[in-house]
Design a protein. Structure first.
Length: 641
């Protein structure tokens, strides 16, 4: 089966697959303090003062059931290390003291965003605990609360329904994850964030990206959310007809959403085809037994270096038979992704065998193991030519876990698409992350009482709501902004400066947009200081009065006092006569004769612009230069004649 690459399928192709997608967008809030303590809302520090070790174990839910994700994490036998900075973490995060009441500033921002989504605000806020045993939260659970239900999101051509919005505390930042050791930085822990969940009403990969952009613009419309790397993350839920919901976790870049959606849809379709192929062979999940054996002695003289290295280090090599799976493991489910990729993923995560390669299977003409070695392994397992055999190597306990997970993943092939969460790779492919959690992981919090939301406070928030992005977009277009600048303005960190002054008399809105979207970021990259907001306003008004040229504004923005700028003769607007005098003086003194007229013009423009840059429009300077070159050319022809 040929795997179609991203860009080779149309919207109609995705519709034929029954593609559906929903988003869970997590956005950090810009508050002074964290959500349930009074530590400062800061993040990004790799320095730490102490390291704490913990082991996680699952607990029963209120109904006496274990969450399947918690059970999976327990099998990994991870040791969790937390690196703690005394300036950003307190005893609350370590579950050594009770939580403070919820941060009122964070709750008000969440309510504002819920209102912008036209969601129905709950009357009473109930704090719940969401169990996490991957170690990302030292307590083993995340405090979360439902803020609103329903709502809608405008994505241009249609409205997408919003299922719910919650407020919750952020988790730790993963620093490293190797073998049975996982290290987290705790600076991000407990930062308040909101989670916006859409219904699965996005029917192609590009629509999913547009929806993500719309939610980001809407949250930033408040001016009260954090921006930068890691401050906004998306979980992308994808399914196709006949498949099931698969959650791609922690997608940081909106640009990656379409390619992730594509390859997940392709993967699910391939898994469904494998299910049908297994059924056509007359196989059943119950046929996948426990035929496994230690084959270290059989492969001890092989030439495959990874196996030789493992045996030299005291590891062992295990083999397991998958009945009837011959020809199945090599079937493609994505670019450079055979079905065997699925087995490698679960073994790496659950058995913690993460030094690759650590597994192989019996492919035809495989040069890694000689045919006679495979024959001995087959005899050891009583395998036939219809079966597939997988080798895995590592420590005793890890290989035992690996064998169990290989057999379990083979049985799951008869279901088609297993419900799971997957980790996004930069190229758009995904790998197994953990099984999809169930409702058993949620239970009421016993430390915090319910909160009744005050109607008066809700009315005050509603009265001060900013314009919705799709409404404000038209206002930007009416001010003369190009469509691309109007779209980007919602993501601009200094958007409030534009909103405050773009409509002022004498202010050029297009010029202000250019300063904020192009010149400010350029100066920041160059680490050049820029003017204060009040000075920017003075600068634009000086431009409107004709005291300085429009072309001078970007230069004056870079750290010059506006008071100095207005008196600076370097940027006093030049008259046309001054431009003509300057051009004539410079070109007359220079040798500008060139055979190529295009080169001659660019060379001449380069000579005069250092003296006129910021004092005259570039179009006027170019016009005068061309006219002067024409005069010089005519004079040269007369002299030659």
């Amino acid at each position: 089966m040929a795997i179609k690459l991203f860009g080779e399928m149309s919207r109609e192709d995705y519709h034929a697959l029954g593609f559906r997608c929903g988003l869970e967008v997590h956005q950090q809030l810009r508050t002074e303090k964290k959500l349930f303590c009074r530590c400062p809302n800061t993040s990004g520090a790799d320095s730490y003062d102490a390291e704490l070790l913990r082991h996680m174990r699952p607990t029963l839910s209120e109904l006496g059931e274990y969450d399947r994700t918690a059970l999976m994490e327990y099998k990994t036998r991870k040791e969790i290390f937390y690196r703690i900075n005394r300036n950003t973490v307190c005893t609350y995060e370590m579950d050594d003291t009770p939580p403070f009441p919820m941060n009122g500033e964070a709750l008000r921002i969440a309510l504002e965003i819920a209102m912008l989504l036209d969601s129905a605000i709950v009357g009473e806020l109930h704090i719940a605990r969401k169990q996490y045993l991957d170690g990302s939260i030292p307590t083993g659970f995340q405090r979360t609360a439902m803020v609103s239900l329903g709502g809608r999101l405008n994505i241009g051509t249609k409205h997408v329904a919003v299922r719910q919005m919650s407020i919750e505390e952020d988790s730790c930042r993963l620093y490293s994850d190797e073998a049975h050791n996982r290290v987290f930085m705790t600076d991000r822990l407990s930062i308040p964030l909101i989670e916006v969940v859409t219904e699965p009403e996005l029917y192609d990969p590009w629509e999913a990206k547009v929806a993500g952009e719309a939610i980001r613009r809407l949250t930033r419309a408040t001016g009260k959310v954090k921006t930068g790397k890691g401050c906004a993350r998306q979980d992308v839920n994808v399914s196709v007809e006949g498949g099931t919901r698969v959650e791609i976790k922690g997608v940081h870049s909106l640009r990656l959403i379409p390619v992730l959606c594509h390859y997940e849809a392709v993967r699910q379709k391939a898994l469904l085809d494998i299910r049908e192929l297994l059924k056509a062979k007359g196989l059943k999940a119950a046929d996948i037994g426990g035929a496994a054996a230690d084959v270290s002695a059989v492969v001890e003289r092989c030439t495959y270096q990874p196996i030789r290295n493992a045996l030299s280090a005291g590891k062992r090599v295990m083999a397991v038979r998958l009945g009837g799976f011959q020809g199945i493991l090599e079937r493609p489910i994505g670019p450079d992704m055979p079905f065997f990729w699925e087995f490698m993923g679960v073994v790496k995560v659950i058995a913690c065998l993460d030094r690759m390669p650590n597994m192989i299977f019996d492919q035809k003409d495989d040069p890694r193991l000689a045919g006679r070695i495979w024959e001995r392994i087959y005899r050891r397992l009583d395998a036939t030519e219809k079966d597939a055999v997988v080798l895995v190597w590592g420590d005793e306990k890890d290989t035992e876990t690996a064998i169990k997970e290989i057999l379990e993943r083979a049985r799951m092939a008869f279901e088609g698409v297993p419900p799971e969460t997957r980790k996004a790779l930069p190229d758009g492919r995904t790998v197994f992350n953990r099984v999809l959690p169930g409702p058993e992981r949620m239970y009421p919090d016993t430390d915090l009482p319910p909160m009744i939301l005050d109607d008066g406070e809700l009315a005050r928030i509603r009265a001060q709501l900013p314009a919705k992005p799709w409404e404000a977009m038209q206002d930007y277009l009416n001010l003369g902004l190009p469509a691309e600048h109007a779209r980007r303005m919602f993501l601009c960190p200094r958007r409030r400066l534009f909103d405050q002054h773009a409509g002022d008399p004498g202010i050029d809105a297009r010029l202000l947009a250019r300063l904020l979207l192009q010149d400010y970021p350029r100066n920041r990259r160059r680490r050049v200081s820029t003017l204060r907001d009040s000075e920017v306003q003075e600068l634009l008004l000086a431009c409107a009065r004709g005291a300085i040229c429009r072309e001078a504004v970007p230069y004056l923005l870079a750290g010059r006092s506006s008071a100095v700028a207005k008196a600076d003769l370097l940027y006093t607007p030049a008259t046309q006569a001054e431009v003509e005098e300057t051009v004539g003086r410079i070109l007359d003194a220079a040798d500008v004769h060139r055979e190529d007229p295009g080169t001659e013009f660019r060379y001449s423009l380069g000579l005069v612009m250092p003296e006129l840059r910021g004092r005259a429009p570039g179009s006027l300077v170019a016009q005068v230069v061309k006219a002067r070159l024409a005069e010089l050319g005519a004079t040269n022809e007369t002299v030659e004649g």
